[in-house]
Write a protein that binds this ligand. Structure first.
Ligand SMILES: NC(=O)c1ccc[n+]([C@@H]2O[C@H](COP(=O)([O-])OP(=O)(O)OC[C@H]3O[C@@H](n4cnc5c(N)ncnc54)[C@H](O)[C@@H]3O)[C@@H](O)[C@H]2O)c1
Length: 204
């Protein structure tokens, strides 16, 4: 039996498109309201519109907005803190937090590429976001979902820094799986979807 999540509030990083938007719409189809955080304003606002459309399809009429967009760089702790505050101001609760924002690149790491940025977005910001979500959930519980990758488990020769960052996400998540406070902390190790991850192997 599916858990009843209608009326809950979710917060998803990197939800302007791709997997983040798909997660936002899947939750919206079950009557969940969503904070859409991203750097891409136009696409983020489109996710908000699609969440509203999804709620209309299931005749769900929330008392607070169906969704809001927040422009934020997850690597900037002050911006992330302000985003959590804004989410709380609008929805008054945080039931589901999804650390989804992620980037590729940083290769070749031995040849001057900015590989630190990949670690900052994919791993450091995930730890920061998880810590803020725990603070928000510690009294009533909730779900934290950290999006890792098949690259967390299987070495990825053309994206070693990405692979290292995602391995960190998976092990960080597993290590706090029993943190208590009614908070479940999970990870998903997604297989390859068509996007920038494919760029380095185009033509192969
Ligand atoms: N697509 C795949 O094959 C695949 C496979 C495994 C895991 N993943 C992971 O899934 C997640 C989503 O990937 P996707 O395929 O949907 O990619 P995507 O590029 O469509 O989505 C990632 C989003 O994160 C946002 N983002 C990037 N840096 C940010 C920052 N500093 N602050 C805020 N937002 C930022 C981007 O603007 C983008 O909208 C990522 O963590 C990725 O590593 C993807």
């Amino acid at each position: 039996m599916k858990a009843e999540i209608m009326g809950q509030a979710a917060f998803i990083t990197g939800a302007a498109g791709g997997i983040g938007r798909a997660l936002a719409l899947a939750l919206a189809s079950r009557g969940v309201q969503v904070t859409v955080l991203d750097l891409k304003t136009a696409m983020g606002k489109e996710t908000v519109r699609l969440v509203e459309e999804q709620h209309a399809t299931i005749s769900y009429k929330p008392t607070s907005p169906s969704a809001i967009f927040i422009h934020c760089d997850v690597t900037k702790p002050d911006e992330l803190a302000a985003a959590f505050a804004r989410h709380h101001e609008v929805f008054g609760r945080l039931d589901i937090f999804i650390n989804n924002a992620g980037i590729g690149g940083g290769e070749p790491f031995y040849d001057g590429a900015d590989w630190r940025k990949v670690i900052d977005v994919n791993l450091v910001a995930v730890i920061e976001g998880t810590s803020k979500a725990i603070q928000a959930m510690k009294d009533q519980g909730g779900l934290i979902l950290n999006v890792a990758s098949a690259s967390s488990i299987v070495p990825t020769p053309y994206l070693p820094v990405y692979s290292a960052s995602k391995a960190g996400v998976a092990m960080f998540t597993r290590s706090i799986a029993h943190i208590g406070m009614g908070i479940r902390v999970k990870t998903i190790c997604a297989e390859v979807q068509r996007n920038w991850l494919m760029e380095p192997i185009k033509g192969i």
